[in-house]
Design a protein around this ligand. Sequence first.
Ligand SMILES: Cc1cc2nc3c(=O)[nH]c(=O)nc-3n(C[C@H](O)[C@H](O)[C@H](O)COP(=O)(O)OP(=O)(O)OC[C@H]3O[C@@H](n4cnc5c(N)ncnc54)[C@H](O)[C@@H]3O)c2cc1C
Length: 216
Amino acid sequence: MKRQKHIVQKVINLTPETFIIRLDRGDFQFEPGQYVVIRIPDQNKGREYSIYSGINDDYLDFLVREIPEGGFSRYLRHLLPGSELDVEGPKGYFILDEKTRKGHKAMLIATGTGISPFHSYVRSYPDLNFRVLHGVHFADEAYGRESFNPDNYLLCTSRSDGGDYFGRVTYYLKENKIDADTICYLCGNSEMIDEVSTILEKYGLPPENIRTEVFF
Ligand SMILES: Cc1cc2nc3c(=O)[nH]c(=O)nc-3n(C[C@H](O)[C@H](O)[C@H](O)COP(=O)(O)OP(=O)(O)OC[C@H]3O[C@@H](n4cnc5c(N)ncnc54)[C@H](O)[C@@H]3O)c2cc1C
C-alpha cells in the first residue's frame, strides 16, 4: 500500500468540534468515496479518514470531528501549516457504481462527519441524480451544505429544530417511503447504518441497493 508524506496547508475550523484539515495533494489519485489512513510520521499511530475533497481539487481535504477523549483527532486539529503527515492509501470500496454515476436515482444518508464521502461524490460528479439526508445534532453541523443542491438536501437535526426536519434520519425514513429501486449509500455510525438498513429492507430495497461505510 502506497504511503507518502503530505504537508498540512491549513486547518479550517467549522464548529467548536469539527474542522477541515487540508493537505497538499501532490500526485495522490483516488476515487470519490475512498479513505486513507493518516499517520503521525515515524509512528505507527494512525486513523482512517474519508476524503472530503473532489477528484479535481488540487488539495486533499478531510472533515474531522474532534473527540475530546480520543488521542488522534485532537492531534490533527492542532497541527500548524507546514507540518508533515503520512498518508496511506487510497483504500476502500465505498465508491459510486456506474449506474449511479450515469444518473440512476440515489439517496445519500449520513450522520455527522459521514457526509464526507458524499461531499467528495458531488464535488467530483456534479450531475448525479441524488438526494441527501444528513443527520446531525444541531443545525450548525450541516458541514459542506453549500456544495449540495438545496433542492436535494435535507438536514435532520435531532437536538434542536433549526434544520429541515426535527428528528433523527431514522424517524424521517420511517415517515417517508423510499422507492425500492433507489440506490442508497449510508455512512456514519454503525447504529444508524443498522437501523436504516432495516428500514430500507422493509421498503423492499434489495441488498445490492444498500451500500455502507461504517466510521465507528
Ligand atoms: C473507513 C473510516 C473512515 C473514517 N472517516 C472519518 C472522517 O472522515 N472523519 C472523522 O472525523 N472520522 C472518521 N473516521 C473515524 C476516525 O478514524 C477516528 O476514529 C476518529 O477521528 C476518532 O479518533 P480518536 O483517536 O480521536 O478517538 P478514538 O479513541 O479512536 O475514538 C473514540 C470514540 O469516538 C467516537 N468517534 C469516532 N469517530 C467519530 C466521529 N467521526 N464522529 C463522532 N464520534 C466518533 C467513537 O465512539 C469512538 O469509539 C473514520 C473511520 C473509518 C473506519
